[in-house]
Each structure stands twice: as structure tokens, then as C-alpha cells.
Design a protein around this ligand. Sequence first.
Ligand code: NAD
Length: 257
Amino acid sequence: MVPYADFNLLPFPDRDQALEKILDLTMLSDIFPTGYHGAYSAGVTTGSTVYVAGAGPVGLAAALSAQLLGASVVMVGDTNPDRLKQAESFGCVGIDLTTDGTLEEKIAAVTGEPEVDAAVDAVGFEARGHGKDAGEAPATVLNDCMGIARAGAGIGIPGLYVTGDPGAVDDAAKEGTLGVRLGLGWTKSHRFVTGQCPVKQYNRQLMNLILHDRAPIAKAVNATTISLDQAADGYQQFDKGAAQKFVIDPHGMVPSA
Ligand SMILES: NC(=O)c1ccc[n+]([C@@H]2O[C@H](COP(=O)([O-])OP(=O)(O)OC[C@H]3O[C@@H](n4cnc5c(N)ncnc54)[C@H](O)[C@@H]3O)[C@@H](O)[C@H]2O)c1
């Protein structure tokens, strides 16, 4: 039973063609449109320099989307070495946040200037600070993005922020109040776009990109098919930061499974 199926489902033009690409098409249900929304709403266009915070599946989808939108260089920041390698596997520049130096310096080492045309927060309230053993610091990525986005730039924020986080680091964060330096964003006239992704705004066009071999999204996020029996282990590995996006295939329908 699929609630509101007549509204929510995306019809594929041809069953056999769709089954050949089903692993890529699976990404249309959430992360591909979400990552695309981050890049698109940050205003990425031909020649943009782009910083994506977070090399999880959403960050990787945002990075691939930025490339599809014509970015000249896409830098992806994270503290997880395997996920940084995954970003580099499709032409992004990994920015290792565990090493010494500021984010501005790391970006300048790539582009020659300490700022970018567009920034995407694909991390959200679970952000950690910079450095090897940094703990949770939920405003980090928003402040990073304002720090490195040029004046007038867009900042796409698909990363999730909440109004209640009982396990948060301090009382303010427990109710979603963060130490965001909004004055910097105001001074630089930034444009912020956040909230739940309007998936249906993008998924038909993204489906066409996949069907015409223009968007290797499954490869970009290292989509890995697992059986239902392996699901619990898949969740655990994902929680530990595996550089994989697990797809549960209970009926063995994915050709490579
Ligand atoms: N807006 C929407 O509709 C929508 C849809 C899906 C997911 N999301 C949200 O997008 C976010 C990302 O999802 P995901 O599945 O990729 O999550 P994830 O937890 O797998 O990845 C987040 C990555 O961010 C990294 N990270 C932590 N602190 C960082 C920092 N300061 N700078 C850079 N990277 C840092 C982590 O190491 C991790 O690799 C989550 O908040 C998720 O809830 C939003």
C-alpha cells in the first residue's frame, strides 16, 4: 500500500530500461533530489566554485549535482578519510578538516582565493568541530559556509536542523538554538535556502539524466546492495561512517545483486 500513490510515484517510461538502472533510480527517492536541491538553491551555475560540507550520501549527491550544474571545481569537506576518497573518486577535491589550517586556507590552496561562489551544508545539526577528535559543535557548518561564501553568494542547507535535540551539547542546542554568526551572513548579503527538499520539483528531470547516462549517482555515493538479512549490519556500518549508501533489495531485483 502506498499512500497518495497517484501523486507521489514517479512513472518510469520503460520497465526494462528502468530495471537496468534501478540502483541509480533508487537514489531519486531522497538523496539525489536533496543533494541537487542543495546545489541548485545555492545558485551553482556554469563555472561556479563550490564548497560542499559533508561527504555523506547527501553531500556526495550535492557534489555530483554541482558538477552537473557546471561547477568549475567542487570541494568536499569532511573528517572521514574514506568518504573524502569517495568524493575524490568522481573528480571532487577532498578537504580534510582534521589537519591544521583554516578552511579559508584550504580552499585558497585549491582555487587561489579563500572563498567560493556557492556553499552547501550537507551535515546539519550533528556537525562536529574541525580537528581530529573534535566533538559535536552544531553551528560549525553554518558558520563555515558564511565564512567562505563570497558576498552575494547562496548557501544551500539541506542538512537537517531541529527544534528539539535532547542529547545536545548544551541547553541552547537542546532546543535548536545555535551560535550562528548571522551578522556575517547579513554583512555579506548571503541568501539561505533550507528545509525539506521538494523532491517532486526535481526527480523527473533527474530520472531522465540517469536514463540517458548523464548522472552516475549510484557510483558517486558508492551504492551497495544488501539483502534484508544484512540490513541491521548495514545500518550499523552506516552509523559508523562507512563510505557507502546501502540499498536493501529484499527480492533480489537489482541486476548486480
Ligand atoms: N532537507 C532534506 O529534505 C533532507 C533529506 C535527506 C537528508 N537530509 C539531511 O542531510 C544531512 C546529511 O545526510 P547524510 O545521510 O549524508 O548524513 P551523514 O551523517 O551520513 O553524513 C554527514 C557527514 O558530515 C560529516 N561532518 C560532520 N561534521 C562536519 C563538519 N563540520 N564539516 C564537514 N563535514 C562534517 C560527517 O563526518 C559525515 O560524513 C543530514 O542532516 C540529513 O538528515 C535532509
